[in-house]
Write a protein that binds this ligand. Sequence first.
Ligand code: UGA
Length: 441
Amino acid sequence: MRLSVIGCGYLGAVHAAAMASIGHEVVGIDVDERKVAALSKGEAPFFEPGLQEILTEGIASGRLSFTTDMSAAAGAKVHFVGVGTPQQAGGYAADLTYVDAAIDGLVPHLAPGDIVAGKSTVPVGTAERLAPRVSAAGATLVWNPEFLREGWAVQDTVDPDRLVAGVPSEDGAPTAEGATAADVLREVYHPSVAKGTPFIVTDYATAELVKVSANAFLATKISFINAMAEIAEVTGADVTTLADAIGHDARIGRRFLGAGIGFGGGCLPKDIRAFSARAEELGRGESVAFLREIDAINLRRRDRAVDLVSTALGGALFKKNITVLGAAFKPHSDDIRDSPALDVAVRLHGLGAWVTITDPAAIENARRIHPQLNYVEDRDEALREADAVIVVTEWDEYRRQLTPEHAASLTRGRIVIDGRNCLDAAAWRAAGWTYHGMGRP
Ligand code: UGA
């Protein structure tokens, strides 16, 4: 099928390449000329495992192309909209400027019978508002939220755990137009549909809410365990053992119970804030008032990490060499948007420490935003002469490949703060380190 993808960021670029990899003919469209130039040469504009391979393959096959020219969308049957919906400057609500601009730019190139599939994360009510503009061109708007995780984006796109299509509906059931649109999406995702991946057809509002409530739930799970970490800290309990124990209950589950410096990235933080803002607009602010608490718990963990470093160094950070292992908001990504790792590094720097920071993928991005920090590519170089080491992104390079003995041969001090509870505490202690975890004795 011929497809267009409007917006070639983390979501759109992966979606375009993944759709070409399953046999579709895809044009990716973005206003950023540099991004389009890179993608056209088969170069991934950001670090995402597996993306490079499917980009190269798609371009070589002739099925995948990129352009800044919106008119290239003409002739595609389905047009995916995957532009950003960042937090508004000066507020918590989502900024929908890019979504509106994408729809307005696309409409003149639509043909009757086309499908516009919104993938961006939007406040509930957005599809309902946009639908008339798409209908005026004889096309149908569907909302098809995306659940991909950075670092696993290709796999999550090619083989998602569920597909959701919000279609035009009446009295709780799809209209004839909505049902046809859902069938077209089933065709787009044929390999997943054929293998039995759940394909949920619903109305616009439900589809939009599925996305934000999924992220709100994940954020809640993380902040829940971080709240337990706070209690563990005053009682001497170990939050990692607690998480293991409650995680054995299948109703709870161990995943996303990783206590540490908390969640960041381009999605969870802004999505819970936008959800709160939207709920307030709808007169139901109290229904998700707990999300403010989720946010607050999350941000407190960064303070805690900074306090741990400071206390471990005797209360003063001034002129102390601190090596920060990690800058990305999570491993397997070069994304530093709202990265707790980078935030902790910046705060330590602000308190007078000499901060050296390293990361296998995110240094370039981090340097652009925070040029004041000392970036070192090589992990071992970064560790040299450190008075204390803090792990803030659980890359394998730090979690598995760095032994406490080797680290000790490089650093000056023997203080390690495990901001992600990802190190083997016993092994580090046995090697002479003073180990501090998050919510661990
Ligand atoms: C998140 C969701 O997981 C995806 O399903 C969703 O599609 C995506 O947002 C989105 O809306 O686009 P992502 O932001 O890539 O995906 O990252 P996550 O894997 O959810 O991690 C988010 C943050 O939570 C990271 O900073 C991570 O370090 C932190 N985290 C995760 C924890 O602190 N503890 C955990 O146990 C798990």
